[in-house]
Structures are given as structure tokens and as C-alpha cells.
Design a protein. Structure first.
Length: 270
């Protein structure tokens, strides 16, 4: 394992990856090693962004000893960093993420559903039920809608539950746009930045309902220090209505999907 002290870090950035994964891109100071990088580390979004924000704060505080703006000057040989030992860096080929880490859970679940439908359809054909063999394929539509509505239901539940969790209200300011990886492809998101009670700068991403929606300049968030999570704090009654509506649709579509697959297969074998 390569260990790099934070004092040697010159810049840290978060690069959005696929699904819930991001890459931490770290560049070292020019004076401490001949291999400045950048070096990338894949990690979960919910862990990577807070870590990058905390590391950025430490790097900024470390750079304040170098003078105005935190610049070391040419070569970076200021008094604060002249005594730092060079970083030990292992240079090697970049390994790709394992298959289960490359995509969000929606994609493998979709392929698993197609495989199950194919096997069930073939089995029903062998048992002499061609109509039921075709009927199982109609389960793709309700199960697909359930997958689409699941994030909406999760966000609604978070909005309903947020005011009941021990947290604080924080004001976040809009800083720019990002890109989120969804089951339907890249989707724009609005990035807001706020400072938690410990002084750590954090980011909160909001996924708009439409691609051409305009962001708000500020948003009120509910920050839970124990979990380091933040939720958009809106109207709790609206969140409750969305949760009940989406939950009812998920139950109805899930029941229809279960009736078609594996219900038709179980009824035939039974």
C-alpha cells in the first residue's frame, strides 16, 4: 500500500465514475517527488466526496504557511515544505474496476430479469404452454417501471424521514453542474456546496426532474452529522404525497410483475 502524507498533496479533485462510484484524482507538489501524478483512487461516492472535501481543507490549511494564496513559489521550496520527505509512489498499470463495481445495481438486475424470462419462456414452451411462454415477457414493463420509480420512492422516503432525524439546517449555494450515471444514461445534476459544523466543506447533488430545468441559487438542506449525509429539505407534506403515490404505484406494478413472472411459471408447474 502506498501512503502519501496530506502535506505532500498539491491538488485533489473528484471525477464522477459509473453508478455510485467516483475517482479521487490526487496531484502531488512539484518539489517532493518526480512522479507528480495525477493518481486516481476509486471509491464510493458517499465516502469519496466527504473525504476529498476534508483533504482539500487540510491541503488549504497546509498551504497557508507558504504565503499569500498558499503558493510555494517556483519549485515549492518554502520553509513549510522544504523538510518534507519525498513521497513513496508505486507506478504501475491502472487496473479496471471489478464488474460488480462498474455499474449501478439497475443494469445487472435488468439482465438478470431478461435471463430469468428467457429460461422461463423456454421451459413453458417445452411444457406445451406457448401463450404463457409469451406472457412472461410482459413482466419486463412493470418490473422496468419499478426500477425507474425506486429512486423516486427512496428520495421521497428520505424527505419524509429527514425532519425526524437528529440534524441541523444548513444553507447550500449552487456551484455548478455535474453528470450523474443512471440506468437511462448520463443525467445532469446540480451541485451545491455547504460547510458542516466541523468546518468541512461538503457537496450535495440534486438531480432535476428535467434536462432543461434551471437550478436554484441556494437550497436548504438537512445535514445529519452522525451519518455525514444531507437531504434536500422541502415541504414534508409534498414529500409524503410523492411517497404515498410512488409507493402505491410500486406495489401495483410489483404485483403485476410477480403475477406474470414468476407467477405464470409457478402456476404451470404447480
Amino acid at each position: 500500500m502506498t501512503r502519501i502524507p496530506y502535506e505532500l498533496v498539491g491538488k485533489v479533485a473528484v471525477v464522477q465514475g459509473k453508478g455510485p462510484w467516483v475517482r479521487l484524482r490526487i496531484t502531488l507538489r512539484p518539489s517532493v517527488t518526480e512522479h507528480r501524478g495525477p493518481y486516481e483512487l476509486a471509491c464510493r461516492d458517499r465516502h469519496g466526496r466527504p473525504f476529498a472535501a476534508a483533504l482539500e481543507r487540510l491541503v488549504r490549511e497546509s498551504g497557508q504557511a507558504c504565503g499569500a494564496g498558499g503558493a510555494c513559489g517556483a519549485g515549492g521550496a518554502c520553509g513549510a515544505h522544504r523538510s518534507l520527505r519525498p513521497a513513496t509512489v508505486t507506478v504501475g498499470p491502472v487496473r479496471s474496476l471489478p464488474l460488480r463495481q462498474r455499474y449501478s445495481p439497475v443494469r445487472p438486475a435488468f439482465f438478470a430479469l431478461l435471463t430469468a424470462n428467457l429460461l422461463a419462456s423456454l421451459l413453458l414452451l417445452l411444457l406445451g404452454h406457448p401463450v404463457r411462454a409469451v406472457g412472461v415477457w410482459f413482466s419486463v414493463a412493470p418490473w422496468g417501471l419499478v426500477a425507474v420509480l425506486a429512486p423516486v420512492l427512496s428520495a421521497g422516503l428520505a424527505g419524509v424521514w429527514a425532519p425526524w432525524t437528529p440534524g441541523i439546517r444548513v444553507e447550500a449555494r449552487y456551484t455548478g453542474r455535474g453528470v450523474a450515471r443512471t440506468s437511462s444514461g448520463p443525467w445532469p445534476e446540480f451541485v451545491y456546496r455547504f460547510t458542516d459544523p466541523d468546518g468541512v466543506r461538503r457537496e450535495h447533488a440534486v438531480r432535476p426532474s428535467g434536462r432543461f430545468a434551471k437550478p436554484r441559487s441556494t437550497r436548504t438542506l438537512w445535514f445529519v452529522p452522525d451519518t455525514r449525509s444531507s437531504h434536500t429539505l422541502g415541504d414534508p407534506y409534498a414529500a409524503l404525497f410523492i411517497t404515498l403515490l410512488t409507493g402505491g404505484m410500486v406495489l401495483f406494478l410489483g404485483g403485476a410483475g410477480l403475477y406474470l413472472m414468476p407467477g405464470l411459471l409457478i402456476g404451470t408447474l404447480g
